[in-house]
Design a protein around this ligand. Structure first.
Ligand code: SAM
Length: 269
């Protein structure tokens, strides 16, 4: 049975009485007992939604995602089948989160990346997550390491669900949720050992601000969406900004030509 956060590929077997094509295939994101389908064709999406509900995996509500929108990066959702619920309890790497899929950004596709990052962090570090959402990076790190993390987000609902999620977990480290624009909040914070920048379409525009808040031997973990050519152009921008790329990897595909890319950056002293 698939667990929370897995990206599930299914080929539903539809009951004989249904007139939908037998060949419906699809993938969906699972957040607790809610499934999110990203198929544009409404008939195919509805067929997949029914198949998910009947698959016995504990999903009770299925929504169609037509894209991420606005400053808060929330999903444009359309109800497809089952209960019309949007709040769910989600588990990832043994951490628990409470969230409303219609009010905050959340992607279960980053589960492996969050754990990979947590493993690289040492006790005693001070970390800033500039675009923290409900705080999944911070919570996964603080469950595993004795660190201090300031988690900033501009969306009041994200801060609300971050605070609820913190209560659901036994943390070794300390998280301070802060509501506000990262560029303003960072001015009054101490310099950090690490800065996490997960605003993939826009992170590059905040590089100066992050660099000013980074200790001389600190590391920035920046996520960006782009093609290999875009990445090369950004590498040049990064070099000009006085930073060096120490690690570059593809987290997952985003579109036929673009990927979510993770870069680790250090100050060039
Ligand atoms: N890091 C989180 C995660 O992995 O789930 C959320 C990342 S989401 C792509 C980007 C987040 O940045 C959103 O929750 C949005 O509200 C927030 N955001 C956008 N602009 C911001 C800003 N200037 N300052 C602080 N937060 C901002």
């Amino acid at each position: 049975m698939p667990g929370d956060g897995e990206i599930v590929e299914i080929e539903p077997r539809l009951p004989a009485h249904q007139s939908l094509p037998q060949s419906i295939k699809g993938s969906y994101d699972r957040i607790g007992d809610i499934a999110i389908v990203k198929i544009r064709n409404t008939e195919r999406a509805a067929g997949l939604a029914d198949a998910i509900l009947q698959s016995g995996t504990g999903v009770v509500s299925v929504w169609k995602d037509s894209g991420i929108q606005g400053e808060y990066r929330t999903r444009r959702l359309e109800w497809l089948a089952g209960e019309k619920k949007t709040v769910s309890l989600y588990t990832e790497n043994q951490a628990r989160f409470m969230l409303d899929i219609s009010k905050v950004y959340f992607s279960p596709r980053l589960a492996t990346e969050r754990m990979r990052l947590a493993r690289r962090i040492h006790d005693g570090e001070y970390i800033i997550d500039m675009f923290a959402g409900i705080g999944p990076f911070g919570i996964i790190i603080a469950r595993n390491r004795e660190v201090e993390i300031t988690c900033i987000d501009a969306n009041p609902d994200a801060i609300h669900f971050m605070k609820e999620s913190i209560k659901l977990n036994k943390l070794k480290g300390k998280i301070s949720p802060v509501l506000g624009q990262a560029e303003k909040v960072m001015q009054r914070l101490p310099r950090a050992d690490r800065i996490i920048m997960n605003l993939p379409h826009d992170s590059m525009n905040y590089l100066d601000i992050a660099k000013a808040s980074l200790k001389d031997d600190g590391t920035i973990h920046l996520y960006m969406i782009g093609s290999i050519a875009d990445t090369e152009a950004n590498m040049e921008k990064i070099r000009i900004n006085g930073l060096t790329v120490t690690d570059k990897r593809i987290v997952h595909g985003y579109s036929p030509t673009e990927s979510l890319i993770s870069l680790s950056l250090r100050k060039t002293l």
